[in-house]
Design a protein around this ligand. Sequence first.
Ligand code: NAP
Ligand code: MG
Length: 486
Amino acid sequence: MSELHSTLRPGRLLIGGEWLSAQNGATRATVNPATEEKITDVADGGEADVELAVQAARKAFDSGPWTQKMTAADRGRALYKLAQLIAGPHRDELAELETLDCGKPISETKNIDIPMVAEMFEYFAGWSTKIHGDTIPPRGNAFTYTLREPIGVIGVIVPWNFPALMASWKIAAALAAGNTIILKPAELTPLTALRIGGLALEAGIPPGVLNVITGKGTVIGRPLVRHAGVDKISFTGSTPVGQEIMREAAGTVKRLTLELGGKSPNVVFADADLEAAVRGAATGIFYNKGEVCAAGSRLFIEESVRDEFLEKLKGRAEALKYGDPFDPKTRLGPQISAGQRDSILGYVAKGRSEGASVMTGGEAPSGKGYFVKPTILAGNNDMTVAREEIFGPVVVAIPFGSFEDAVRLSNTTAFGLASGVWTRDVKKAHRYARQVKAGTVWVNTYNMYDPSVPFGGFKASGFGRELGAEAVHNYTETKSVWIDLN
Ligand code: NAP
Ligand code: MG
């Protein structure tokens, strides 16, 4: 671990290519959630640091080489170089940092999170040279074309559940479109963001193009959202904070992309391949200890197979190996914090008081680390545990009778991020996909992602799409140019 520490710059922010202390000199510890021990100190930034970061990003956008000298191909090459640094020489280091800071099993950070971060930069590197407007034949004797221009300075605010990956979704697309960035990672998981900021400089992304500031959301996130020098905020996090950001952004009519919470339905019809559906239901809720915005946290099971299905799911939940995230065999790490663990256990207690029965789990194992045992609650769709996002390894199993019931129950929620459906009947699958109000529908699978496939929410799960062409468009402004030919 000492080697890892040599790549960290304790207490520093990355602003304009320089590693600076917070203006007020403050630092705070970041903690390993598996051991509850301090890893290192990071800068506890304030409003003065936001000001410096905005100036740096503004200068890099308005007059720096990124937009003034470098061509789209140059920008693409720099992003591709960053992808190579992340996938190759720095993969293990980033994976270990991520595991240390947020408790994800090393088998996941090494084989899923960090390789996917690299893929994001690789995919969007290719987009740099493929962003263009249209020529449009208008009425009259005129010639019209559109330009797709970068928006400017983008404030990127991300949560702690996929620290590097969520940051990369936004940064890669925004940089490909020629913007500059101020990245604010979650205060609980700042380490990989800072490291990627350093690697971006190594890859030839000029100083000031990607700035990384650490500190509390209410202290540095809020002034970033209010700042007139920031043109857009791209946020992933909870619905209440997303709502606040909408209100605060109104003052400067900022562009917004909001990826918010979810309470996604995972629907199992009796005609499904039940073994595959059990595996999918387990991955849907227990992957990343349930700290997944798209988690299949409401599991609807057709009545005729309910008992058999839940028995199998219980077996899988109880066999999941939780413990030391650095053990390659571990499948379930600790929750991100004591607060999050306690909130999850509070939901389980609330579920019990409203009549849900705990089929397995529902408690924290003894010992160090913020672990919660994989939990299955048998309940109904009106319970608090079925309405509110728990963000932990807790699934609510709910029986249904007919196709219409399944659709109605799925859509009886404030959210609309994702959904799963398990059936061998192709028509039923497509009918469900059309009727469910969700940004993503997985048929006979769950939790599939690709840099080219748009992802985002309906309803209270947010708006704007990340990934794919839609993400690129969300980081550009369209300008229409008219030329009189008379
Ligand atoms: P959160 O409290 O909303 O925080 C998200 C980010 O916003 C953090 O960086 C946080 O900083 C910052 N923040 C907090 N208050 C702010 C404010 N007033 N102004 C500006 N920024 C502010 O969410 P979380 O608890 O970290 O993450 C869990 C939630 O994220 C869940 O609800 C989950 O569904 C959602 N999520 C959604 C997606 C998606 O793609 N839709 C993906 C992942 C997670 P601090 O860390 O310093 O508080
Ligand atoms: Mg931490």
